[in-house]
Design a protein around this ligand. Structure first.
Ligand code: SF4
Ligand code: ZN
Length: 271
């Protein structure tokens, strides 16, 4: 996933997975003097939740002596997630997590590019990956099945290459490690968490895993085998520059801009 000369941006939310990933990568980095690590935290603007997470992320970075950068939805888009959900209650089509995910991906990419990162590491674990695979199948989203992989192999201009070092590690093993290491991480769940279908899939997969141990890993590995066929069926995806913000996109306008436009919240920010 990494080269010794990589400038690695690590997405650190302040939760157990991302704090543990940062801890591990910063420890490994010490053996590679040409590698650089910067932690990126996205402040989505979720009252009563994100403030504590940003604080915890900052404390961990200080302890590990890692540079830390915070990017907020408010600065980038003009609105925090709470404001967006408020408007979306009237005419929105998506769940809070869908708005959050779409806007966070773009925020991380912009922040990673701004520091000249060559890799963007996220702490998605095996549970996250298995859930995403099932969600993409349920939604019949062949493009996402083809594109969302543990290491985005294709280097596309405008996108910092994403890697997921924990993609084969079960969530409870990451949690166990974090507790054993006495890592400080946020334990309060996001107030929007339960509105997403992902939450139901998480419960279902956890039940299946108890009955059939290894099922999450089997789902992950099955998709690794199937993905090349899906990729060739989908064909090469040509990316253009978004007409509003210049970020890479499949259509004329990127998903985050389109989403804010639908909610009549798009400010011509040039981002
Ligand atoms: Fe965003 Fe959903 Fe995660 Fe909350 S649970 S931070 S809304 S993706
Ligand atoms: Zn755009």
């Amino acid at each position: 996933m990494f080269r010794p000369t990589d400038n690695i941006a690590v997405a650190v939310s302040g939760g157990k997975d991302s704090v543990t990933l940062l801890q591990m990568l910063s420890r490994i980095e010490k053996d590679f003097p040409k590698t650089k690590i910067t932690a990126l935290t996205v402040d989505e603007g979720i009252r009563g939740y994100r403030y504590e997470a940003v604080k915890i992320a900052r404390e961990n970075c200080k302890k590990l002596n890692v540079e830390h950068k915070v990017i907020s939805f408010k600065n980038l888009y003009g609105y925090g997630l709470d404001d967006i959900i408020e408007v979306a209650r009237e005419n929105g089509e998506l769940t809070p997590c869908s708005y959050c995910g779409i806007l966070r991906r773009k925020a991380l990419n912009i922040a990673a590019k701004s520091i000249g990162a060559t890799k963007l590491a996220t702490a998605h674990n095996l549970d996250d990956e298995a859930q995403t695979i099932l969600l993409n199948i349920i939604h019949g989203d062949a493009v996402r099945i083809a594109r969302v992989e543990p290491v985005i192999e294709e280097r596309v201009s405008g996108f910092v290459q994403r890697v997921k070092p924990f993609c084969e590690i079960p969530e409870n093993e990451v949690a166990l490690y974090a507790y054993l290491k006495k890592n400080r991480f946020q334990t309060t769940p996001c107030p929007y968490r339960f509105a997403a279908m992902r939450s139901d899939i998480r419960v279902m997969l956890n039940k299946l895993e108890v009955k059939y141990p290894g099922v999450k890993f089997t789902i992950f590995k099955s998709m690794e085998k199937i993905r090349p066929a899906v990729k060739s069926a989908v064909g090469k995806i040509e990316l253009k520059e978004c007409k509003n913000c210049g970020e890479p996109t499949i259509g004329d306008i990127c998903k985050p801009c389109e989403t804010l436009l639908k909610l009549k919240l798009l400010k011509n920010s040039g981002r």
